[in-house]
Design a protein around this ligand. Structure first.
Ligand code: ADP
Ligand code: MG
Length: 612
């Protein structure tokens, strides 16, 4: 026979706590939100053991009276909710965070309200509330949580390692700090490196805070987003498509000052970039949505990181439209509006004769769409202005033909004439990145960087299959600062990376030192490479062997190791590059699917000049 019993208060609290307090980071989130709701201008967070052994959050907000303090740790007690569940203007409103934390940990809150002669402190241990007693604290509130989950050992077992939990805490603090640039945030502890985000003043406190958190790099490579539709306001910054990352961890979304991880919003962000980014890359963005509280329901889940919009289609449209618009405009900024007739005449990939080295994908023979992938910031305008009449239809690399740059070798005769080869004879190098070659019936422009990247990738695969990769020792090791989590993941794979020619070592808690690199990469951007590899590892299962992902790793390495634009090549070197391209399968495109060269037939050139 079944017996229906009413659960004890203690059991109810522990069950509820399971939803609110999933891990140390959720405790930090609730406590920091309380501090912000209390009007704090300064929030200090200290953790130990990834937050499992200690979390302390201190604020300079309004504090609580003795009476409020006693109530606050009870379930369903809040000062924030009125009668209208759809009129929420604070981060908290459910009145269950403190009660939940008190049910699964040792909680002690000291708080001073201006109306009290001194501060009061209350202690709750596994749901057992002790009476308030006087405490020494001049203002604000200090909440201390120790031995998280001591009363629910099952939950304790689900915690990841100290490092992973500490990183999750950092992440939530970053998100809350981003949403509230007017508040100073400091985070420290024995389990982490300290961070401190001073109050952002200035005209645009948000962008200042973004600089503090994501680095000036992001700010320099971001587009300002601003749009409004039917009372819904979207503001923020979105990275240029070329400033992408290997995972979606760098996407920050806020609704009315609340960090959220909402599927609808993340989907809209991806859709905004759909045309300009491959599926396996992820944009970096920080976007804020502000709307009237009735337009959004935040009471979807106890953790309050999901929201439901009254008009989801409108919100999605607003985001997608604003992003596309900004990206489109940036594309024009960098691509210097080429006449579409000219662009259409440029072809990529194999000539019609279908030789053995024809690029693998048929897509590469389609007319190029420059605007879709040329969206990095515009290079400084060249000093020479192309003749005005031609300014419109000319691409920058092309315009340079008028005035030979210092390294153009237009007249240097090649010893052997390669004009009859598919990629022709190299005639000049322009802007230190484009090789101009003459073919029997036209001309070819090679993107030296993209081509080299592809060749290195192929060589690397061959070398790996055969014997292993030769390494070169760096004179001075490159030290690269990274989040501790990433450092841990990278070092775990150190042996496997060494096999691939990359030798890394730990360098303190938040850095790795790169000692050796694959020789065939030449000079490389070790920082970018290591950051990218860390991103990849964050996404892959711990048990995935790097060998299984070899193509991917090799491609990443090739990308960072290739001659970046800017290296001057001698005529023989240019010809050698062209010949190697002809001999290498799939060299018509780089590892990102962009073409490595474009071809213009004489007939096309004649058309350009109206001769046909
Ligand atoms: P909620 O935030 O949903 O109201 P909590 O359990 O998080 O529920 O907090 C209960 C109440 O305790 C809050 O409504 C607030 O009045 C008070 N409180 C909690 N933390 C602070 C703080 N740091 N400063 C002032 N008051 C606080
Ligand atoms: Mg709260």
């Amino acid at each position: 026979m079944t017996v229906v019993r009413r659960l004890s208060e203690d059991m109810i609290n522990r069950i509820a706590a399971g939803e609110v307090v999933e891990r140390p980071a959720s405790v930090v989130k609730e406590l920091v939100e309380n501090a912000i709701d209390a009007g704090a201008k300064r929030v200090e967070i200290v953790t130990a053991g990834g937050g499992a052994s200690l979390i302390r959050v201190s604020d300079d907000g309004g504090g609580m009276t003795r009476e409020d303090l006693a109530l606050a740790v009870d379930r369903h007690c809040t000062s924030k909710l009125t009668d209208d569940l759809l009129d929420i203007r604070t981060l908290g409103f459910r009145g269950e965070a403190l009660a939940s934390i008190g049910a699964v940990a040792r909680l002690s809150i000291a708080s001073r309200h201006a109306s009290e002669p001194h501060a009061w402190e209350i202690v709750v241990e596994g749901g057992l509330v002790h009476p308030p007693r006087p405490a020494g604290l001049s203002a604000g509130t200090r909440v201390e949580v120790t031995d998280l989950f001591f009363s629910t050992p099952a939950r304790l077992k689900f915690l990841k390692g100290e490092r992973a939990e500490a990183t999750a805490v950092t992440d939530i603090v970053k998100r809350l700090a981003m949403a509230h640039p007017e508040v100073r945030f400091a985070l420290a502890g024995s389990d982490r490196g300290a961070i401190d985000y001073p109050v952002a003043h200035g005209d645009d406190p948000f962008v200042e805070r973004l600089g503090q958190i994501l680095g000036q790099d992001f700010v320099d490579n971001a587009l300002a987003i601003e749009a409004e539709r039917e009372g819904i306001r979207l503001t923020g910054y979105a990275g240029l498509p070329t400033f992408n990352r290997g995972n979606g961890l760098h996407q920050f979304l806020f609704v009315n000052g609340r960090p959220v991880r909402d599927k609808l919003l993340l989907g809209a962000l991806r859709a905004g970039y759909a045309d300009v980014m491959s599926r396996d890359r992820h944009p970096v963005a920080a976007l804020r949505i502000e709307l009237e509280p009735h337009g959004v329901d935040v009471n979807v889940h106890p953790a309050k990181s999901d929201v439901r919009f009254r008009d989801p289609g409108l919100v999605r449209g607003l985001i997608v439209g604003a992003l596309r618009n900004a990206i489109h405009q940036a594309g024009h900024r960098s691509a210097t509006t080429g006449g579409s007739a000219t662009l259409a005449a440029f072809r990529t990939g194999a000539p019609p004769a279908a030789p053995a080295w024809r690029p693998a994908t048929s897509a590469s023979t389609a007319p190029l769409s420059f605007a879709s992938w040329q969206s990095s910031p515009a290079p400084a305008q060249p000093a020479y202005a192309p003749a005005t009449a031609f300014a419109e239809p000319l691409q920058p690399a092309f315009a340079a033909v008028n005035v030979p740059s210092a390294d153009a070798r237009a007249n240097a005769p090649a010893e052997v004439d390669h004009s009859d080869r598919p990629l022709g004879a190299a005639r000049a190098q322009l802007h230190e990145n484009y090789i101009l070659a003459q073919t029997t019936n036209g001309l070819v422009i090679v993107d030296q960087h993209a081509a080299h990247e592809r060749l290195v990738y192929e060589r690397m695969k061959t070398a790996l299959a055969r014997s292993g990769v030769a390494r070169q020792i760096l004179l001075i090791p490159d030290v690269i600062d990274l989040p501790e989590d990433d450092v841990g993941r990278l070092l775990k794979r150190a042996d496997e990376f060494a096999e691939l020619g990359l030798v890394i070592e730990g360098f303190g808690p938040g850095a790795v030192a790169v000692r050796e690199t694959p020789a065939l990469l030449g000079e490389l951007d070790t920082r970018a490479l290591v950051v990218n590899l860390a991103d990849d590892l964050a996404e892959w299962d711990d048990t995935t062997r790097l060998r299984e992902k070899l193509d991917h790793v090799a491609a990443t390495m090739a990308c960072h190791g290739s001659v970046r634009s800017g290296r001057r090549l001698r005529p023989e070197e240019m010809d050698a590059l062209l010949r190697e391209m002809e001999a290498t399968p799939g060299s018509g495109q780089c590892n990102h699917g962009r073409p490595t060269y474009v071809e213009l037939k004489l007939s096309d050139i004649e058309r350009l000049f109206g001769r046909r």
